[in-house]
Design a protein around this ligand. Structure first.
Ligand code: ZN
Length: 361
């Protein structure tokens, strides 16, 4: 133990991070997915295909009110130009190879290879074949039983725990520690792993090209704490007492909410949402995102008006501005740089935007 602490100190002095999972080896692993690649790839890829490096997707940031377009190596420049209405910038090209929902130097290669990958393999061999093309169209649920339950739970535990450690999801410390212990002992799971209240929803996606319309993101609620990972939605609670009904864009229904919270179960019930309902859920999500985005943009619009003229904009001015933005090609319409440029043009009538203006807003 002492030896490990000494190593850790030396490694920290050398500027090496220590693996967030084992806590003693150097975090040397590049491109560790905190959301498992085989689940999210079809959503991020061009036309819903399953090939690596074909990622083409938008990242919505309600934090800075913008949408960024990301793409990977194998997406053709013709497709990119069709989407964003122009050739790509140097900055965008620099990001090209970056793998989405992954981190560098947070975990070590041993933990990745001997623990995360094994749990993912168990899921892909034993659980995933019950979903996707195999799920009957009218199925309301899929029942998981026997030793498959711990494989399913552990798989979703690594998604939750890694996302939390990578700062994407905020779980209470006690829950985070329990998940860490369960993952550490994944070869010999104890009955305690069934104590965590967990709901998994499968969103049936019948056509390959429809996968790109699915969502990969993290929820903003607590109890449930939520991860949307393409056709699977994960909801976890730190305890049953703290659970509350949350509609979650139509994923949960009051009448069946409790029956899909699995805790101490003999059979794990995965709720299946059919393809038609999935589309409505995604529409509900996108509508909410658009509203949040619009509120944020309106706030910036007011601040820019105050900055230039010292008074609030006229009531119809924001709608006028939104029409200008909406006439831009879809891929750059809501990008941060485009919005700032349009704001400057709109208020000053000038085309050239001084660089300090980008920093201010
Ligand atoms: Zn490690």
């Amino acid at each position: 133990m002492k030896h490990e602490i000494t190593n850790q100190r030396e490694d920290n002095m050398l500027g090496n991070n220590i693996c967030a999972f084992c806590g003693h080896r150097v975090a040397n692993k590049k491109n560790t997915h905190y959301l498992t690649d085989m689940i999210i790839r079809k959503c991020l890829n061009d036309e819903g295909c399953n090939t690596r490096e074909k990622g083409s997707y938008y990242v919505i940031s309600s934090h800075n009110n913008s949408v960024c377009y990301h793409y990977q190596r194998e997406v053709s420049s013709k497709i990119i130009e069709e989407i964003i209405g122009r050739t790509t910038t140097d900055k965008e090209n620099q990001q090209e190879g970056k793998i989405p929902f992954s981190v560098d130097d947070v975990f070590c290669s041993d933990c990745e290879k001997n623990i995360f990958t094994n749990i993912e393999k168990d899921f892909s061999n034993c659980i995933l074949p019950k979903f996707r093309k195999s799920t009957p169209h009218q199925a309301k649920e899929v029942i998981i039983s026997g030793t498959d339950i711990s494989k399913l739970r552990l798989f979703f535990y690594i998604q939750l725990w890694r996302s939390c450690v990578c700062g994407k999801l905020s779980l209470p410390d006690s829950l985070q520690q329990k998940l860490h212990t369960f993952i550490l002992n994944y070869k010999n799971p104890t009955d305690e792993i069934y104590d965590i209240p967990l709901s998994i929803t499968y969103l049936e996606t019948r056509k390959d090209e429809d996968y790109t319309g699915n969502i990969v993101t993290f929820g903003t609620t607590c109890n449930p704490y939520v991860i949307f990972m393409n056709d699977f939605v994960v909801q976890v609670y730190d305890s049953l007492e703290n659970k509350h009904f949350c509609e979650l864009y139509g994923i949960n229904e009051e009448s069946s909410f409790d029956q899909y919270i699995n805790v101490g179960e003999n059979e794990f019930r995965v709720k299946v949402v059919n393809d038609e309902k999935r589309k409505i859920i995604i529409e509900n999500f996108m509508r909410e995102q658009a509203e949040i985005f619009r509120y944020g943009l309106q706030d910036i619009f007011i601040r820019v008006s105050l900055y230039f003229f010292g008074h609030l904009p006229e009531p119809n001015q924001f709608d006028e501005f939104m029409i200008r933005i909406n006439n831009k090609p879809i891929g750059i319409r809501y990008s941060k740089s485009e919005i700032v440029k349009e704001l400057y043009n709109y208020f000053t009538g000038r085309v050239f935007v001084p660089s300090n203006f980008f920093v201010k807003f």
